[in-house]
Design a protein. Sequence first.
Length: 196
Amino acid sequence: MKGVLFVLYIGFSCSCFAQEKGYELGYVVTISNDTIKGLIKNRNSKIVFEDIKFKKDQKSKVETFTPRQLKSYKRLEAEYYSKRIDLDDGTGFKNHYFLEQKIKGDYLCYYEFDILLGTGNNAYYGILEKPAEKSNVVWTQGVWSQSDFRKKVSSYLKDELALSEKISNGTYKTKDIEEIVREYNELKSMNNSKTN
């Protein structure tokens, strides 16, 4: 009898542990700008565009938030923002998503996200956004996306012609996205300080 009880106890403990797996410290920012600290679990380990699980502490009831219900959330060191993205690559995805912010800037930010397709494959995307304009450009990540990247990003950043030309002529490629964002933000900052 003691052996049976011990097995049941171990099984129950493992079950409780499994329910807690994946939750990490963080916070959510609501539409009304309230910041609520707690524990957050992404929908799964990589694809984070449908919803997140949230609870204020280990004993609290689990809440589910969609991108339309939050402005942003932070889980460990990663920050995610709710953005409306229209993909023009034939997937037909047009909606709000949680996008992971990889590079933050005053004039230009960079986000990444991926979508699980029905075949079990993932589609990866890069997104640049000008926060002041609330505009963005999206391109497909991958080996075959250089021409898509050059065309879309050089056009999007044409307000800084020298940088736009570096992208258009292939001096800057997708792997140089950090340098592109840094340079754009520096150029904009310099231009704004000259006009003030």
